[in-house]
Design a protein around this ligand. Structure first.
Ligand code: FCB
Length: 458
């Protein structure tokens, strides 16, 4: 089974960037060589992680990084997106931890040497516990600590990086972590959710200002998770429910960042849930972006549940991933077109897309044909949006390898590489091979084309 797109697709061109993505806490392990983060604390709290696991060892990438980079190279990708563990590189007193920094510097150097572009995420959810102890993202000061961390780390990395993103999915940090309490730090209050979101957005703006100063030659932006929100029926109530969900999920982050204001739904929030906006904040949050990273996994469908409440509805007839998420590639085209219509967008990168499937490892192979199908459908969906005018420059598969899937632990496998956690052996799945062949087919098509034109000239 292959992945393929029309030769004429913007995604078939050799200047379209293909990559794989990971995040520090999910793969690094070696927790004893860094300070604790909120996810360590959360994992140590009974009942929070489905399989009772933690990130202490994870994929042991910290010790196996050389082998992992060779693996990335063998996939023939143009780029690798990974995150820096803030508690590994900054001490409690706010100085650089040189040992921690050295780990990333060698990684960056090795990627550069192999001609693989580094897409560095500065914050992928692993807040130092010493900052959580002072209120975490509920404390406005955390945004300024983020700014200082960005200042130090970008100077230390110098010109090794191709692209930075300030935050990964602030919606998840704020909503899952501070409002629903299903992610670290596990707090549950609507007011907290909006407060954390505002301070995360502020941190983004402050971080972008530092990036513009310290690292003007990298592509600097932010990564947001998006899902189109559809009404279950055409009734006014369902449409209103879908609209409200869309405001909360997609526009609560996109609008401040792109236009310097919160969406209209802010007007219906009760006083105590309003974000703690101080004068000048919205201008700080709205910095010019070199690109916008979008993560897409599934769509959402809503129906009205009375009393101004909404509930999610799922179409049982669609295929589902192991996460219980509908496989719905059209949703990716739809959300890209919607955002492109509503905003003046910078260039877009799909910074995450992928699926947890019920993989089975047999005779040294994983025949994950369902994941290949998922990639095929979603790459086609990105291609369709690009053909309709959205400026999309790259696509990253989530994930390079199976890893710690947050509250789900290790049971959900998103990798295009299989990890046997007992031996830490890596095996490229059929989807990884298909992705590799698809990426390299662009090159082959290009050289065949140039050969043809050479003969044509004779
Ligand atoms: C995203 C996260 C990423 C991974 C995928 C499945 O929300 O950014 O770390 O867990 O979901």
């Amino acid at each position: 089974m292959k992945i393929s797109l029309a030769k004429s697709s913007p995604l078939s061109q050799t200047n379209f960037t293909y990559g794989v993505a990971t995040a520090a806490f999910q793969i690094e392990g070696a927790a004893d060589s860094r300070r604790p983060c909120i996810w360590d604390t959360f994992c140590a709290t009974p009942e929070k992680i489905k399989d009772g696991s933690d990130g202490l060892q994870a994929c042991d990438h910290f010790n196996r990084w050389e082998q992992d980079i060779e693996l990335i190279e063998s996939l023939g990708v143009d780029a690798y997106r990974f995150s820096v563990s803030w508690p590994r590189v900054i001490t409690q007193s706010g100085e650089l931890d040189h040992q921690g920094v050295a780990f990333y510097v060698q990684l960056l150097d090795s990627l550069k040497q192999k001609n693989i572009k580094s897409y560095v995420t500065l914050y992928h959810w692993d807040l130092p516990q010493y900052l959580e102890d002072k209120g975490g993202w509920l404390n406005r000061e955390t945004a300024y600590h983020f700014r200082d961390y960005v200042d130090l780390i970008t100077q230390a990395f110098g010109d090794r990086v191709h692209s930075y993103s300030t935050l990964n999915e602030p919606f998840c940090s704020a909503y899952l972590g501070y409002e629903l309490g299903i992610h670290a730090p596990g707090l549950k209050s609507k007011a907290y959710g909006k407060q954390a979101a505002h301070h995360l957005l502020l941190a983004h703006g402050l971080g972008m200002q530092v990036l513009a100063k310290n690292s003007p030659n990298t592509l600097n932006g932010i990564v947001l998770n998006v899902s189109p929100c559809y009404p279950k029926t055409n009734s006014e109530q369902d449409k209103k429910a879908a609209w409200a969900a869309d405001q909360n999920l997609n526009h609560w982050y996109a609008m401040p960042v792109l236009e310097g204001r919160y969406p209209e739904s802010i007007n219906s929030l009760p006083e105590e849930e309003l974000p703690p906006i101080q004068e000048g904040d919205m201008a700080i949050i709205c910095q010019p972006l070199d690109y916008l990273g979008l993560n897409y996994y599934t769509r959402e469908v809503y129906q009205d549940a009375g009393n101004n409440q909404r509930e999610k509805w799922v179409d049982e007839s669609l295929p589902f991933t192991e996460m219980g998420w509908e496989v719905y590639p059209q949703g990716l085209t739809d959300i890209l077109l919607q955002l492109n219509k509503q905003y003046t967008l910078p260039p877009i990168y799909i910074t995450e897309n992928g699926a947890a499937m019920a993989d089975s490892y047999q005779d040294g192979e994983v025949q994950d044909l369902d994941r290949i199908e998922y990639f095929q459908g979603h790459l086609q969906a990105v291609s369709d949006a690009a053909e309709q005018g959205v400026d999309i420059r790259g696509y990253f598969a989530w994930s390079l390898m199976d890893n710690f899937e947050w509250a789900e632990g290790y049971e959900k496998r998103f990798g295009i590489v299989y990890v046997d956690y007992a031996t830490q052996q890596r095996t490229i799945k059929a989807s990884g091979l298909a992705y590799r062949d698809f990426i390299s087919s662009r090159q082959l098509a290009k050289s065949a084309q140039s050969q043809r034109s050479q003969y044509g000239q004779r």
